[in-house]
Every structure is written in structure tokens, then in C-alpha cells.
Design a protein around this ligand. Structure first.
Ligand code: NCD
Length: 315
């Protein structure tokens, strides 16, 4: 049995990526260095053959555009092959096969499995039985570690630091795996301060709140735009996770980034982020704002980070 949630401590070699909590600051810096190399490689020649002969299974039980697309192209740009499973409706899962047996199966045909699944325990179950490394591409509302690495990389490339940051994270922190993973990662660095903007019923769990504040992350939970303050380095908006709301429950008020909101509470040096998909939480008028990175840089960084991860795990 492969060990499941090991600390990275210097080497990603054939390790699972399950949670951002596996990484320390040095590991993250190493990944950024390789991501820089990947960016230069893609710009220069589109890719290379460093993963020739290796196959990646992308096993997605939930919808995805960016995570699926960027992992697929990351593998192909490094000369590797793919088993792309986008929706399990035409696999034996449809006949009732368990997640565990499905994971064992694709471990016989590929060197790595990228898994997205609606259940939080899925990736833990998968890692327990897998013959090959598993990358968590989103397990229910719990975590999305590779998204966080690309989010951190985006912030780092703008500000050249991951400490002493002020951020506003908004939307549905209770169910948003991208917000939760990013908060955990921000807690690794010193003196980060976040305001989490959401209706009160969508706040993060008290357990996560306590864990994060114990680690030194300064959190203030706000439920109105007037408390945003205008000194943030980044705004990170994520949609209400409708598919994860308890049946019959309401999401409460919604916070929408508009030009007006930016005029009131923004500043010149900040960036505006969103893991996407954007539904209606950022008005289209904001797309052309030079501070908006969600429709280009942030997504491109996802490719470089995922190329870096595949290379560091498989070679
Ligand atoms: C996110 C996800 O799947 O959690 N998307 C992504 O991977 N970029 C965000 C979302 O669905 O809201």
C-alpha cells in the first residue's frame, strides 16, 4: 500500500497530492521554480518529451473545464499519453463498480491518476488502494490543492511574496474547496490577513476557523461590502457552490464585483482573481480591467503549475 498523505519535504517523487497541508514553504518555492521553467518551455517550443512513455489517467466524476483541460495539455506538452475520462457515465462505474476498483484498474494502465469526485472521502479512499500516485483535482467541498498552487503562483508573480498579504475572499467559503485550500496555504506564511466576505450561513466551519487562526492567519469574517477596506492585495471571488448547498437551503445575499465596487473599495495595485467558472459574481464590465487576472494569467498559470507537478512526481 502506498502511504497516503505524506509530507512533501523536498521531493514530490511518486507522491500523492491530496491536500495543501502536505507542502511547506520550500516545497512551494521549488514547484514555482519548475513552473517558471515550464512557462519558458511552452513559450519557446510548446513542450518537450520529458514524460514520453508515461500515461496519465484523468478520472473526473464531476464537471470541469480548466482543471481537466490543463492537466490533459500539461501531460501532452511533456510528451506523455492520456486516458481522458470526463464523466464516468460510459465506464464500469455505470454498472456499479466501486471507486476503489476503478482506481486499481487505471493504475494498471497508467503511471498517475488525477481524480475529481463529489465526495470528500473519495480521494482518501482512492489513495489507500492506488498502485500509482493520485492527484486530488477536487474532492467535494474539501480541497483543491493544485488550484491553490496556481493561485499562490499568480499572487507570487504579481507581488513577489506570499507573506504580509491582505486578501478578500468572497462567495461561499463553507462549500468552496478553492477558498478553503487557499486559506490553508496562506496560513503557512507570516502576517497574512484575510477578510472573508459571505452571508453568515456560508462561513467556514468553526474547526477550520480555529485551525487557521492558531496557525497565525488573521481572519475577519464580514457580511457586507462596506467592511472590505481598500488596502487589499488581492480579491478572490468564487461562485456560490449551488451543487453543494443542502437541499432546500438558500445561499443568502450575493456579492458581485462591479466597476462601482472597485471604485469604492479597490486600489491600483490589487489583482482580481477567480478560480472560475464565473457565473454572475463578477460583472463582465470588470473583465477588461487591467487588475483582472482571472480570464488569462491565472488560467495559464494552471498549465505551468500542472506541468511542473507531473514532471516532479513522475521523473
Ligand atoms: C473550481 C472547483 O472545481 O472547485 N473550479 C476549478 O477547478 N477551477 C471552482 C468552482 O467550481 O467554483
Amino acid at each position: 500500500m502506498r502511504s497516503q498523505n505524506h509530507k512533501i519535504t523536498g521531493s514530490l517523487d511518486h507522491k500523492n497530492i491530496i491536500s495543501v497541508e502536505q507542502f511547506d514553504k520550500k516545497d512551494i518555492k521549488n514547484i514555482f521554480q519548475t513552473a517558471d521553467e515550464m512557462r519558458k518551455l511552452v513559450e519557446k517550443s510548446g513542450g518537450d518529451e520529458s514524460l514520453k512513455g508515461k500515461i496519465m489517467t484523468a478520472l473526473f466524476y464531476e464537471p470541469s473545464s480548466r482543471t481537466f483541460g490543463s492537466f490533459i495539455t500539461a501531460m501532452q506538452r511533456l510528451g506523455g499519453g492520456i486516458i481522458p475520462i470526463h464523466g464516468v457515465g460510459s465506464t464500469s462505474v455505470k454498472k456499479g463498480e466501486s471507486l476503489e476498483d476503478t482506481i486499481r484498474t487505471f493504475g494498471c494502465y497508467s503511471e498517475i491518476i488525477v481524480l475529481r469526485h463529489p465526495n470528500e472521502d473519495s480521494v482518501h479512499k482512492a489513495a489507500k488502494v492506488s498502485y500509482v500516485p493520485i492527484i486530488n483535482a477536487g474532492n467535494g467541498g474539501e480541497e483543491h490543492p493544485t488550484q491553490t498552487l496556481l493561485d499562490l503562483y499568480t499572487i507570487y508573480r504579481k507581488f513577489n511574496r506570499l507573506n504580509n498579504l491582505k486578501g478578500v475572499l468572497a462567495g461561499d467559503p463553507l462549500h468552496s474547496r478553492t477558498i478553503k485550500s487557499l486559506l490553508k496555504a496562506l496560513a503557512l506564511y507570516s502576517n497574512n490577513k484575510v477578510r472573508i466576505l459571505s452571508p453568515t450561513n456560508l462561513r467556514i466551519s468553526r474547526k477550520l476557523y480555529t485551525d487557521l487562526t492558531n496557525k497565525g492567519l488573521k481572519i475577519s469574517e464580514i457580511d457586507g461590502e462596506k467592511d472590505i477596506s481598500n488596502d487589499a492585495d488581492f480579491w478572490y471571488w468564487n461562485r456560490i457552490q449551488k451543487e453543494r448547498l443542502a437541499e432546500g437551503s438558500k445561499s443568502g445575499s450575493k456579492f458581485v464585483v462591479t466597476t462601482k465596487l472597485l471604485e469604492k473599495y479597490g486600489n491600483d495595485k490589487m489583482i482580481i482573481m477567480n478560480p472560475l467558472p464565473r457565473i454572475d459574481e463578477i460583472a463582465p464590465e470588470v473583465d477588461s480591467d487591467p487588475r483582472s487576472v482571472y480570464l488569462k494569467n491565472q488560467m495559464q498559470n494552471g498549465l505551468y503549475i500542472r506541468m511542473a507537478l507531473l514532471k516532479l512526481i513522475l521523473t
